[in-house]
Design a protein. Structure first.
Length: 309
């Protein structure tokens, strides 16, 4: 199946890839355009690349399924249905799928044989609200956000009362114990580390802000401060590239929807414009230089001149 945007001629360089600062030019490929590789979802989220399978997996939360796109054929199939209203996904240090599930209010790991292991489903004797996005650090610790969106309606999970304050959690790789490591944000959502893991970036999706914290090997995240202001838009999922630039999904209507790119100092240097509200993103492809963007009812892809970290 050919990507939809290849059905009509596309001008190079793609005018939807906007250079806002000369520092972004080096990351743009003049003969690479934005491609819509899949559509038909209700709310696409949580893309994760499986290089060993040459495939992208992502969540279609309201349809209670995980989808799979095959790189060679372009065919989209169900990866898992039902998915327990899975939202954010990643892979751990040995390649296993880690998912945030709204329906079960837990974070799980899919083992090699397909069985499911619960990483965390409660804290201080209470149930998690609705884990949202997840990353795995180099030491194997699992970090995830719990803003609670999945229990606020019956559309992306099941409506239920909050049992815990919203927070960012870290699960220790040795003991399996979880702790709230960030608790000063109203709706902590997307999160990622800088390449050297000295910084933890967290989106507060109730605001236009992305925050940055100083991180250390012991698992603490301290000295939180505003890293970027997306006013009048807001963000959701975020990822860093190998140079430490932050790529952030953007929702705000035209002309804001898409992905903003920020340098290490928080200056906005680039904008990948999409015709739909973008929820999350990841880097993938054979060498990690393809940006995949889960945007409302569709998934888009763009080759860039950098790699995800």
């Amino acid at each position: 199946m050919e990507p939809e945007r290849l059905a009509t001629p596309q001008r190079y360089p793609d005018p939807a890839v906007r250079v806002l600062d000369p520092g972004f030019e080096r990351y743009c490929l003049g003969n690479a355009a934005i491609e819509r590789i899949a559509t038909g979802m209700r709310w696409a989220e949580g893309p994760v690349w499986f290089g060993d399978h040459h495939a992208l997996v992502w969540s279609d939360i309201p349809n209670n399924r995980l989808c799979r796109w095959d790189e060679a054929t372009g065919v989209v199939t169900d990866f898992r249905r039902p998915s327990d209203y899975a939202n954010g996904n990643t892979r751990d240090r040995v390649g296993r799928l880690v998912s945030c599930e709204h329906g079960t209010r837990r974070v799980t790991r899919t083992e090699y044989d397909g069985s499911i292991t619960v990483i965390m489903d409660g804290y201080l004797g209470k149930r998690l609200n609705a884990p949202n996005d997840v990353i795995v650090a180099s030491d194997g610790s699992v970090w995830f956000t719990d803003p609670g969106y999945g229990i606020m309606t019956d559309y992306e999970g099941r409506r239920a009362p909050f049992e815990l304050p919203t927070a960012v959690y870290r699960v220790d790789p040795n003991t399996g114990d979880g702790e709230a490591t960030v608790s000063d944000l109203e709706r902590p959502n997307g999160l990622c580390f800088s390449p050297d893991e000295s910084r933890l970036y967290v989106v507060d999706s109730s605001t236009p802000y992305i925050y940055v914290y100083d991180a250390n090997p012991g698992g603490q995240a301290r000295n939180g401060r505003i890293f970027a202001d997306l006013t009048p838009a807001s963000s959701d999922g975020i990822r860093c590239d190998e140079d430490g630039n932050l790529w952030a999904s953007v929702a705000g209507g035209e002309p804001f929807d898409g992905v903003y790119v920020f340098d290490r100092d928080g200056a906005r240097i680039g904008h990948v414009m999409l015709p739909e509200r973008c929820a999350n993103l990841c880097f993938g492809g054979p060498v990690g230089n393809r940006l995949f963007m889960a945007a409302s009812q569709s998934v888009y892809a763009l080759y860039v001149n950098t790699r995800g970290c």
